[in-house]
Design a protein around this ligand. Structure first.
Ligand code: GTR
Length: 409
């Protein structure tokens, strides 16, 4: 018996939903055919007591849950990497009139130094010139090739539709994750983890997704020094492995006001305990991407029920700040319904903190984003990707989260 198990029946057990021919779609096998699972209760403390007040979550239970994700899933950042001054930021290029004079471009070089060695990574920041400052911002964690975040805008990819974001009155920054920690099984020696670890990796040491999330926080350190950017109004956004990272970054760093978690699947927003053929399992992800999660996480291959957490609790760590989870209809590998249920099962924490979460336990129709208080969700047509349609939905959520009139420019 798992010593951490304070189990409650899965809220809104899927089996209770009636399937009618014109009824809800599940984007997965008929839920009555899924093996039964029970979720750990985010609102039951390690000592067995119930968390019944906002303070009990924010001051105590939240830290317990965060620690479980650090020790069992993503790994912890070593103190040297989190120390003030561990990273130096310099603006290496400043152009106040790009995109026909509508925007300012800053290219920033970050130097992480430790033990006489250093590692450099970069970020590009675009600010809208005509919007009243300070403006809210989107920080994109880019897990694709560098041309997807081309600061010269010679290449324009919908993965980072900077013109659209700027046109809505937001600043936007982007970085390429491989500059921080290589996205390969054997890239450890070339990344930031080796720089700061100084020796062998402990079973709970930071893995690659943690290193990328650490990078997002270092870039946020810089954004917070820019008078053009509104504090507390920076959204972190990522797709797929970047989506897992965005959620983990916002779970840890309470300065992010919104997490946009695109097609994040296993290790992101979905419920790991929903096991069925055709979706990514813990064993599969650990086999294919052993560097993403820490060594402890490997214990849960084919043993998801032994995990002391599930990923509704990762979403809950963002509360009461905003989180927007999104799925694609053709992305069954990421289990769209499991991503939606991650939000549904996180709602009790949002409710305890005075919000509503999604405010619904029913999946919205394709292309019809659902926004409650603190949480949003959408599912769109098409495949695993970060598209302009996704970005527009995230921008609308940011308008709501950051108290801007809809579609402000
Ligand atoms: C998939 C992988 C996912 C997801 C994705 C991506 O192949 O199984 O966990 O992260 O790749 O990052 O594109």
């Amino acid at each position: 018996m798992n010593p951490f198990a304070r189990l409650v029946p899965a809220v809104m057990a899927p089996a209770m939903i009636t399937i009618a021919s014109a009824g809800p779609r599940f984007y997965a096998p008929d839920p009555t055919n899924l093996p039964a699972y029970r979720l750990p209760d985010p609102l039951k403390a390690a000592d067995g007591s119930a968390v019944t007040a906002a303070d009990g979550w924010m001051k105590s239970r939240r830290a317990e849950v965060l620690e479980l994700f650090r020790s069992q899933v993503f790994g912890r950042v070593p103190p040297a990497a989190a120390a003030p001054g561990a990273v130096r930021a310099e603006v290496v290029e400043l152009n106040a009139a790009v995109l026909d004079g509508t925007a300012t471009l800053k290219r920033v070089r970050f130097t992480a130094a430790h033990g006489g060695k250093s590692l450099v990574f970069t970020a590009s920041l675009l600010l809208p010139n005509h919007a009243p400052k300070p403006v809210p911002a989107f920080l994109l964690i880019c897990n694709r090739g560098a041309t997807n975040i081309d600061p010269t805008r010679a290449v324009r990819s919908d993965f980072w539709p900077a013109e659209e974001i700027l046109g809505r009155g937001y600043a936007t920054a982007a970085y390429q994750v491989g500059e921080i920690d290589p996205d390969t099984k054997d890239g450890y020696a070339d990344g930031v983890r080796a720089l700061f670890d100084g020796g062998a990796q402990a079973p709970d040491a930071w893995a690659t997704l943690s290193a990328w999330a650490w990078g997002a926080s270092r870039i946020l350190d810089f954004l917070e020094t820019d008078p053009g950017i509104a504090k507390g109004k920076v959204a972190v956004i990522g797709h797929s492995r970047g989506g897992k990272t965005a959620l983990w970054a916002a779970a840890q760093d309470e300065r992010f006001g919104l997490a946009c978690v695109n097609n994040s699947g296993c290790g992101g927003a979905n419920i790991l305990r929903r096991r069925f053929e055709g979706r990514e399992s813990v064993a599969r992800i650990n086999k294919n991407f052993p560097h993403w999660f820490n060594a402890n996480f490997k214990k849960y291959d084919n043993r998801e029920d032994d995990l002391p957490v599930d990923h509704h609790m990762l979403i809950a760590l963002v509360a009461p700040r905003w989180v927007h989870v999104a799925s694609a209809e053709g992305d069954l590998w990421a289990d769209p319904r499991g991503e939606f249920l991650g939000c549904v099962h996180a709602a009790p924490v949002y409710e305890l903190l005075g919000g509503t979460g999604l405010g619904s336990a029913e999946m919205p129709a394709i292309g019809a984003p659902l926004r409650g208080d603190g949480m949003a969700y959408h599912i769109r047509e098409g495949k695993h990707n970060l598209t302009l349609e996704d970005w527009r939905a995230y921008l609308d959520t940011a308008d709501k989260a950051f108290g801007r009139a809809p579609g402000t420019r």
